[in-house]
Design a protein around this ligand. Structure first.
Ligand code: NAD
Length: 438
């Protein structure tokens, strides 16, 4: 089967806007994107418009003031949010980011996007997002800890292991989650690891959580290649970004005998048409931004996106494939490792050219899936081996893939449309079944 498969239909579903593109991005807020995704899927389905209207709005947005004492003794006041979008399928789930650009609307939009993502994976969670408008690089560790503990206390009434379970996001990490878990547990007078995921394993975090998004990108890439009759050992892959997602995807695909011909970081890309020995190149975590130092042939990130590879995996930042360069993408398959690497106009161009674009809410959903495993381990007071985590991740990813593949074949839509149709139909069916209270 030809990988240039798709439809002539116009694309209306896109992914969350993540800023940072070096190219001229078409600005669209996270909330606009999420609502467009909802409307796009609703157009394809005979959905109850009353339910769609409910899904356009969050259930609740908590806005809080977070004062902290700085190291110099002064008090500084920050604003934090927790936006809870929809919980029809289970407790709210989603990240907490510390970034100067955090706003109420951004949290609402990204929370909606989490609702779709959890539904794609059929996880028993709804969507949420939160954060604090702060530049964490300007804070000492002590200040970050005080900020996190105070913020936790302010949102304590709306989070909890059966209500809303935060996770790390931009500017937050496993240590932030450990502080959050401790602050919450202290107030409840018992240790409650299930209030948050992405913790260090020593306090209830899961094995395999860090590698999971890259691993899921690799699993989905393998599945899509198989679908198009491309044996992995004859497949070339170009990967933009060599951080957590990109490096883990590269290592896994290399282990499965795919030929990784290009990898990159912010400084540029390493290219070898005969295949790179990725095990010999340190990831961003091991040696930051070192890819080009190990390269014989260096090309630019823009050139990487236009390489004649079988699969292109943009796994660095958002909005890198847009109206300007979508025509030049040579790969017949694009697997979105980063969040929102293809703009809506870029997506239309790729769809017109029948490039198969596998959306981020499926491809990098290994992260939230292993977060779900972490939550299961926490509430059951058990811990799983890495082997078990990886096995169960593979099962979940392939189940999600099969549902999307069936929809793609049945409805003559793009992969992105098929993914949103699967997610939205599950959410709407749950709403219809439960009805409107009171
Ligand atoms: P990371 O910080 O570990 O690595 C990012 C990589 O991208 C680095 O190699 C960096 O040098 C490179 N990069 C940065 N700016 C670049 C640019 N302008 N051009 C080319 N390369 C550039 O980040 P990550 O955790 O791997 O996340 C990558 C993307 O995947 C983000 O969009 C993120 O939101 C998304 N994502 C991450 C996770 C996760 O749990 N890590 C989960 C889902 C989605």
């Amino acid at each position: 089967m030809d990988a240039h498969t798709g439809s002539e239909r116009s694309k209306s579903d896109d992914t969350t806007s993540e800023s940072g593109s070096t190219r001229g991005a078409e600005p669209e807020s996270a909330l606009e994107t999420a609502r467009r995704q909802l409307d796009g899927a609703a157009d394809h389905l005979d959905l109850d418009p009353n339910v769609v209207e409910r899904l356009r709005h969050p259930t609740k947005v908590q806005e809080v003031t977070v004062p902290i004492k700085r190291d110099d003794g002064t008090v500084e006041v920050f604003t934090g949010y927790r936006a809870q979008h929809d919980s029809v399928r289970g407790p709210y789930k989603g990240g907490l980011r510390y970034h100067p650009d955090v706003t109420r609307d951004e949290c609402v939009g990204l929370g909606m996007w989490m609702t779709w993502k959890c539904a794609v994976m059929d996880l028993p969670f709804g969507g949420a997002k939160g954060g604090i408008a702060v530049d964490p690089k300007q804070l000492s560790d002590g200040e970050k800890e005080r900020l996190t503990r105070r913020f936790t206390n302010e949102i304590r009434g709306v989070i909890g292991p059966t209500r809303d379970i935060p996770a790390p996001d931009m500017g937050t990490d496993a240590q932030t989650m450990a502080w959050l878990m401790d602050a919450y547990s202290m107030q409840e007078a018992e240790t409650i690891p299930g209030v948050v995921t992405g913790k260090p394993p020593i306090v209830g975090g899961s094995e395999g959580r860090e590698e999971a998004p890259g691993r899921s990108v690799a699993i989905v890439t393998r599945a899509v290649c198989e679908y198009y009759g491309m044996p992995l050992d004859e497949t070339t892959v170009a990967i933009q970004g060599y951080g957590s997602v990109g490096a883990n995807a590269a290592h896994q695909l290399d282990e499965w005998d795919a030929s990784v011909v290009a990898i990159s970081d912010v400084n540029g890309a390493m290219y070898d048409p005969d295949g790179i020995d990725v095990a010999s190149v340190p990831s961003h975590d091991e040696e930051p931004e070192a890819v080009t130092r190990y390269a014989d042939t260096v090309i630019t990130n823009d050139e990487l996106l236009e390489l004649d590879a079988d699969v292109l995996i943009p796994a660095a930042i958002g909005n890198v494939i847009d109206a300007e360069n979508a025509d030049a993408v040579e790969a017949p398959i694009v697997v979105e490792g980063a969040n929102g690497p293809v703009t809506s106009r870029g997506d239309e161009i790729l769809a017109d050219r029948d490039v198969a674009v596998i959306p981020d809410i499926l491809a990098n959903a290994g992260g939230v899936t292993v977060s779900y495993f972490e939550w299961l381990q926490d509430i059951n007071r058990r811990s799983w081996s890495l082997e078990r985590v990886n096995e169960e991740l593979e099962v979940e990813m392939l189940e999600a893939w099969r549902a999307i593949r069936d929809t793609f074949e049945e409805r003559d839509v793009t992969w992105r449309e098929a993914t949103y149709i699967v997610a939205l139909s599950r959410i709407v069916a749950a709403h219809e079944s439960r009805g409107l209270w009171p």
